[in-house]
Design a protein around this ligand. Structure first.
Ligand code: NAP
Length: 246
């Protein structure tokens, strides 16, 4: 929707990933002036299109449109972003079809690195519906002891210093410094922040944090590609479910 340059990059990367996986993708680049009715009509059409297993509306959308209504309109079994309240509720009870792509990608990175979350002090910085909250829930399901920090947290540095596993999803460039990281901690940086000089940096100051961490993800090239990989996984899963039900 509209002409957000970051959204354009994300959509192009997702299209490329689909091509790589052999998933057919249909792009609907809608102008910023699109009305609520037009957008709803498109979602309805895709909901009823048997060729379509997954639907994704790249956020953010223009201010005059209702993001919540858009998320609610996507059929839950085609909701490959896992933003629909029905899918969010399923994640809460640990009985889910789809996981939201970014937190799922973080869990996959942790698992593939042979890191066991059970009993670990996990600190998630950020409480958005898209990243922070589901991230905390997945770490809890993996038996971590989870703390969620946000903009009102009294002593962020002291809380992060307790963590065996730190997940930063804040959107503030290099907020988390090396002196806030416990020796040997695992540090996952979800942040993607574009500086004035166009450089892309995370929410963690990589140089100083890497000196303390036992494992750390870079930005770019860490969580970002995992997010897209999980989107592909959700889409394949949706296609399998739909083909079983045909
Ligand atoms: P968001 O909706 O803006 O949420 C940011 C969260 O950080 C909020 O909960 C906010 O607290 C908290 N926060 C802000 N300033 C803080 C501070 N100084 N100290 C502690 N907490 C603070 O952002 P989001 O959508 O979750 O995204 C977070 C970052 O991840 C962004 O950089 C985004 O670009 C990136 N991201 C990356 C991927 C990927 O694929 N790698 C995917 C999604 C997002 P309040 O709730 O109190 O306001």
């Amino acid at each position: 929707m509209g002409d957000d340059p970051a959204s354009r990059i994300y959509v192009n990367n997702k299209k490329k990933a689909c091509e790589y996986c052999g998933i057919e993708s249909f792009e609907y680049a809608m102008p910023a002036e699109t009305t609520h009715e037009e957008l709803m009509a498109l979602i309805e059409k895709l909901n009823n299109d048997d060729r379509v297993d997954g639907i994704l509306c790249q956020l953010p959308i223009p201010k005059h449109l209702d993001e919540k209504a858009v998320i609610n309109a996507i059929r839950p079994d085609k909701d490959v972003d896992a933003f629909h309240p029905a899918n969010v509720g399923k994640i809460m009870i640990g009985d889910y079809d789809f996981l939201p792509c970014t937190p799922a990608g973080v869990m996959e990175l942790i698992k593939e690195s042979g890191i066991d979350i059970s009993g670990k002090e996990c600190v998630v910085i950020g409480r958005s519906n898209i990243v922070g909250k589901p991230m905390a829930m997945l770490l809890l399901h993996a038996h971590g002891t989870v703390t969620i920090c946000h903009s009102r947290t009294k002593d962020l540095a002291e809380t992060v210093r307790r963590a065996d596993v730190v997940v930063a999803a804040v959107g503030v460039p290099e907020l988390i410094k090396g002196d806030m990281i416990k020796e040997g901690a695992v540090v996952i940086d979800v942040g993607m922040n574009r500086l004035a000089d166009k450089k892309l940096v995370g929410d963690v100051e990589f140089e100083s944090a890497a000196k303390k961490a036992s494992a750390i993800t870079p930005v770019p090239g860490g969580v970002g590609p995992m997010t897209i990989a999980m989107l592909m996984k959700n889409t394949v899963k949706a296609a399998l479910v739909h083909s079983e039900n045909k």
